[in-house]
Ligand binder design. Structure first.
Ligand code: ATP
Ligand code: MG
Length: 491
């Protein structure tokens, strides 16, 4: 029977023309499963980091390529993958949804909500493993990223696009310092990502709660791979956070990413590598552990104007044992980053908070991004403070000091008091300039250390009452005002 026209005619033509043939596709098989990984046989053309799909619909990521088999990270915790399950290739790499829909959300490293909310509407997708921007697409770090923390913004300044390591023993205030920096971005147009790796659920809840209370969750995404997550998820977490921030950076926005912390990340990577039978090296870490963190942190940068001028500032955190900064993972990170903020356990115990050890902390590029006025006041301040710390050690032995040294010590003690700061109270750049100008002009010299907080409060109140005064105000006017504020309450 023949049809003259219409869809039926087309169908009959297709049936007539149909020739049975072979269509090739690789189907692999799971050899074994356990600890969040699977070994897969029979997918000879699968590529590293390719996503595979298992028979039950769940996904896995190729992590280890061996001649006969593949080591695969399982991406679905509830997957029903058993030995014998069939596996196929997808030809795709792991991506995460990006865009403003991620703001205010708590996500797992695959972008699934952990906050009980619905899946967010993504504007696009970002690859977890992406090449870092080429040199020609980068620009110099030349704009400051204010953390609102006195000692950081003045003596160890951070620029947008910089990688600044926060390093210290457990419980020295690393997380607190990073969160303060995030909270200080209110109204600064900086989008933030906080990545939490291998921490307890209660700690993650505490962080989210702080961000919400200080209205910082509005411009922040939290990525969590908690302590009980598989090593694969912990391994992926910082890359997921980075991909989200990168999406914004490519749209010309400034971003800040906290990786809390990369010690846990390194341990997860070590565990994963041992499960995958990679040869262990120093401290049983695999040989490419340096490359792992280098390729993550290389993605932090300032993009050139013609590429939108966005930036990704990274605050990786690393934990030390007994203050040992020369250990394997910390030294690697120190060499990869543009500087470090070192938190000291003894300072913490002595109540010097934040417990930043100024002598061991450095910012190699942030000074270039500092506001010229703040930079000028900062001038020799760090040097003077370091001299004081050294001199102070001598006084402990009862050594008699010359008159000049006595004055230096008195000034240093005042400065130490000035630099103390409670957590969760970020201070604006104008305040930083104010106290530095006052200190530089000797207006605080006559104070006893215990009188410092009241003097700072007077400066704060004076500033609040005089919004016209700011970073661009002439030094003379600043001095006049500061003298007035500091003097008025004294009388
Ligand atoms: N500037 C500060 N003023 C007052 N308290 C602070 C300050 N900084 C940190 N703390 C307190 O110190 C404690 C430890 O801080 P935090 O949890 O940030 O340390 P950590 O180095 O991240 O610890 P861990 O290595 O266990 O993650 C917290 O109770 C925190 O509130
Ligand atoms: Mg912490």
């Amino acid at each position: 029977m023949k049809f003259e026209s219409g869809p039926l005619q087309q169908l009959s033509r297709r049936v007539e023309q149909y020739r049975p043939g072979l269509r090739m596709s690789e189907i692999g098989q799971v050899a074994s499963v356990g600890d969040g990984i699977a070994w897969v046989l029979g997918l000879p053309s699968a590529a590293a980091e390719e996503i595979l799909r298992f028979e039950d619909g769940s996904r896995g990521m190729v992590f280890e390529l061996q001649s006969e088999r593949l080591g695969v990270i399982l991406l679905d915790p509830l997957a029903n993958v058993t030995s014998g399950s069939r596996v196929s290739r997808t030809g795709r790499r792991l991506e995460i949804g990006i865009g403003d829909g991620a703001l205010g959300r708590v996500l797992d490293p695959l972008g699934k909500p952990l906050d009980g909310g619905p899946a967010f509407a993504a504007d696009g997708h970002g690859a977890l493993e992406a090449a870092s921007p080429p040199i020609m697409a980068r620009d110099f770090v030349d704009a400051p990223l204010y953390t609102g923390i006195k000692v950081v913004d003045t003596l160890i300044p951070i620029g947008r696009g910089q990688r600044q390591l926060i390093i210290g023993d457990s419980g020295t205030g690393k997380t607190a310092l990073a969160l303060d920096a995030v909270i200080a971005q209110v109204g600064q147009g900086v989008r933030c990502v906080v990545v939490m790796i291998g921490q307890k659920r209660s700690e993650a809840a505490r962080v989210v709660d702080v961000l919400r209370r200080y209205d910082a969750l509005r411009y922040t995404t939290v990525v969590v791979a908690e302590a009980t997550a598989t090593p694969g998820m912990k391994y992926l977490a910082p890359f997921a956070g980075c991909a989200i921030a990168e999406g914004w950076m490519r749209h010309g926005q400034d971003t800040l990413v906290v990786y809390d912390d990369l010690s846990s990340h390194a341990r997860a990577y070590r565990e994963l590598s041992l499960l995958m039978h990679r040869p262990p090296g120093r401290e049983a870490y695999p040989g490419d552990i340096f490359y792992l963190h280098a390729r993550l942190l290389e993605r932090a940068t300032r993009l050139a104007k013609q590429h939108g001028g966005g930036s990704l500032t990274a605050l990786p955190i690393v934990q030390t044992e007994e203050g040992e900064i020369a250990a394997y993972i910390p030294t690697n990170l120190i060499s990869i980053t543009d500087g470090q903020i070192y938190l000291d356990r003894r300072l913490f115990a002595a109540g010097v908070l934040p417990a930043v050890d100024v002598a061991l902390s450095v910012s190699r590029i942030g000074g270039k991004a500092q506001h010229p006025r703040i930079k000028r006041e900062a001038g020799t301040m760090k040097l003077g403070y370091l001299q004081f710390l050294e001199l102070e050690v001598f006084t402990r032995f009862g050594t008699k000091l010359e008159a000049g040294a006595e004055a230096k010590i008195a000034r240093g003690r005042v400065m130490r008091e000035v630099l103390k700061q409670d957590r969760l109270c970020p201070l604006p750049p104008a305040f930083q300039l104010a106290w530095m100008t006052a200190f530089g002009a000797g207006l605080l010299d006559h104070l006893e250390p215990q009188q410092v907080p009241a003097a700072l409060e007077r400066i704060r109140a004076g500033l609040a009452a005089d919004p016209a005064i700011g970073l661009e105000t002439a030094r003379e006017l600043w001095q006049e005002r500061l003298t007035q504020w500091l003097g008025s309450a004294a009388s």
